[in-house]
Design a protein around this ligand. Structure first.
Ligand code: GUN
Length: 299
């Protein structure tokens, strides 16, 4: 079988168009412009690329972008003071502190200092608890993007067997909660799971988020299953010396011959993350102003 390739780039563009249309309505009908503040501490090159890309796309959908670049030796007190200012700034509806933070800063403390209503990453402990108990929350962007793609492909996910490989706070755990919320039977597996191949073969929906390049081969995929590959791993290029290439956590070449549908890397889940960040910012702006939320952009 040759799998349908789920085009995350095209899907993300669609989501950004929906976000842009909602932003225009908020401006026209209510004089509101959603604002997203991104805080970057230090000079990690990969983080700088992400932050630049976030800023550009924020402006493209008509929202206000506030970038705060702080030196690597910023003290915890100074960072917390900035978050306090952003929490109290009515022009800021979403706050994202780019991770990882330098080692001398306590990420949990910093994230939990963000007003949960502005926590567009969905990492604040209140949002984690709300999601875990099926209440309205801010939902982490990458799992939200995966859920949108799955709903688009399948319609209802009710009763499906979902296996999430990976137990991170950012992807694996919230992904499992979201799938449970959509009435899947959910297994969380990870690198230490016994007979991982056998567990994966039970999945109608297989979400790979372990961060190990091409760890999941095609013969772990049930014929016809939907495979969502969250992994973004840079490995040495097999043919071009000195070059690298991006691969997922799934061995795409073998998996696409077995799966019913699969997301590629790059061009699958990756582009959905920023699109969902923009969606979360619009949602946060609507909630802050007691307005109806955009349909289809939340869990
Ligand atoms: N670093 C890499 N991905 C993310 C993300 O989704 N949110 C934040 N805050 N930092 C990141």
């Amino acid at each position: 079988m040759r799998a349908k390739i789920i085009d995350g780039k095209e899907f993300a563009e669609r989501v950004r168009m929906q976000v842009g249309a909602h932003v225009a309505r908020l401006k026209d009908d209510h004089g509101l412009t959603p604002g997203l503040a991104v805080v970057l501490v230090g000079e990690d090159p990969a983080s700088e690329v992400y932050v630049r890309s976030k800023g550009k796309m924020t402006v493209e959908v008509g929202m206000e972008s506030f970038e705060h670049k702080l030196p690597a030796d910023t003290s915890e007190a100074d960072l917390l003071a900035l978050i306090d200012r952003l929490n109290n700034d009515p022009a800021v509806h979403g706050i994202l502190v780019q991770l990882p933070l330098p080692d001398h800063l306590d990420s949990d403390l910093v994230i939990n200092a963000i007003n949960p209503a502005k926590d567009v990453d969905g990492f604040h402990i209140s949002n984690v608890g709300l999601l875990g108990t099926g209440q309205k929350s801010m939902v982490p962007c990458t799992p939200l993007g995966c859920l949108m793609m799955l709903r688009d492909h399948h319609g209802s996910l009710s009763g499906m067997n979902a296996v999430v490989v990976g137990r991170s706070n950012i992807v694996g755990k919230p992904m499992a909660q979201l799938l449970l919320g959509d009435s899947c039977t959910v297994t969380i597996a990870h690198s230490r799971t016994k007979d991982l191949g056998e567990v994966c073969r039970g999945a109608d929906i297989l979400v790979a988020a372990v961060g190990r390049p091409e760890m999941i081969p095609g013969d772990w995929v049930r014929p016809g299953a939907t495979v969502i590959d969250v992994g973004i791993n840079r490995i040495p290029h097999p043919e071009k010396e000195g070059k690298t290439r991006l691969v997922g956590d799934v061995d795409f070449a073998s998996a696409k011959e077995v799966a019913g549908a699969i997301t590629p890397v790059p061009g699958g889940v990756g582009p959905m993350t920023i699109a969902c960040l923009l969606a979360n910012t619009v949602t946060a702006c609507c909630r802050a102003n007691g307005l109806e939320e955009p349909e289809g952009l939340t869990a």
